[in-house]
Design a protein around this ligand. Structure first.
Ligand SMILES: [Ca+2]
Ligand SMILES: [Ca+2]
Length: 263
């Protein structure tokens, strides 16, 4: 897994209701583009002491609740690239492929850069999600920003929300083709390197842990306004170790996002 710092400024997009994110009611015709819709879920929030640092760890799930798969192709012309000051020996242009109801590619869209990690034999997509911890309110200035911005996207878990496409399609990180099928999710457990924010010494109080999927808008989606997810937390320091209590969360979580087994 590759890590590098990235500061992204973006307008806060409040999560809209799920009813808005599941779009077209009319049956799609052959040739009509079927767009994905990625939403974020945050779970398994916990503070761990690691080498005298207080790390807020969390699991992250990207869920496709759209009309078509999120399909990303890379691996064509490979060359060195530098992103945010970090050099990568093998990079390729990533392209989103939009399919129709017959599975034909009917549209393509530039989707940033894919990076090859020889030690993992994985292609990773860049700028998939941005993590932050903001004090006081959603508009608070971030006191911690995640370093991980690359993911290998595959069909990890089938959600309960969208049943119309059950076929698992994307399951190999070493493929040049990655994606998330409709109704499937790609999850990253809190123990995965990069699934953390350093909150060492943060004062007691209310914080918002935020996730912003597709922060550079690489992917065309049916709903671009539901990619922002948050959890409202209370940090207390009564005992020997700090504790985070969940006070509230954005609408798309748990069963509402079709993943009741990952509340
Ligand atoms: Ca979306
Ligand atoms: Ca997008």
């Amino acid at each position: 897994m590759s890590h590098f710092r990235k500061a992204i400024t973006f307008a806060i997009l409040f999560t809209t209701t799920l009813a808005l994110s599941v779009s077209s009611i009319a049956p799609a015709r052959a040739g009509d583009p079927l767009y994905p819709d990625i939403v974020e879920q945050i779970s398994h929030i916990q503070i761990q002491n690691e080498h005298k640092r207080e790390m807020l760890r969390f699991s992250t799930i990207h869920i496709n609740v759209g009309d078509g798969p999120l399909q990303i192709r890379g691996g064509g012309q490979v060359a060195q690239c530098t992103i945010d000051g970090v050099s990568y020996p093998q990079c390729t242009i990533a392209t989103q492929e939009i399919l129709d109801s017959s599975g034909n590619i009917v549209q393509t869209n530039p989707a940033g850069t894919a990076l090859f990690h020889p030690q993992h034999n994985h292609w990773h997509q860049n700028a998939v999600v941005n993590f932050e911890l903001r004090p006081g309110s959603l508009e608070g200035k971030a006191i911690a920003t995640g370093q991980k911005v690359t993911f290998c996207m595959i069909d990890n878990d089938k959600t309960d929300l969208v049943q119309k496409h059950n076929k698992r399609t994307y399951f190999e990180c070493n493929s040049e083709l990655q994606g998330i099928s409709v109704g499937w999710s790609d999850s990253y457990h809190q123990s995965t390197p990069g699934q953390e924010l350093d909150i060492t010494g943060a004062p007691e109080g209310v914080y918002y842990l935020t996730h912003y999927a597709d922060p550079e808008n690489h992917w065309l989606e049916t709903n671009e306004n539901n990619n922002f997810a948050w959890v409202k937390l209370l940090l207390s320091r009564k005992g020997a170790n700090p504790k985070m209590t969940i006070l509230d969360r954005s609408p798309c979580s748990g069963a509402a996002c079709g993943s009741p087994s990952n509340p």
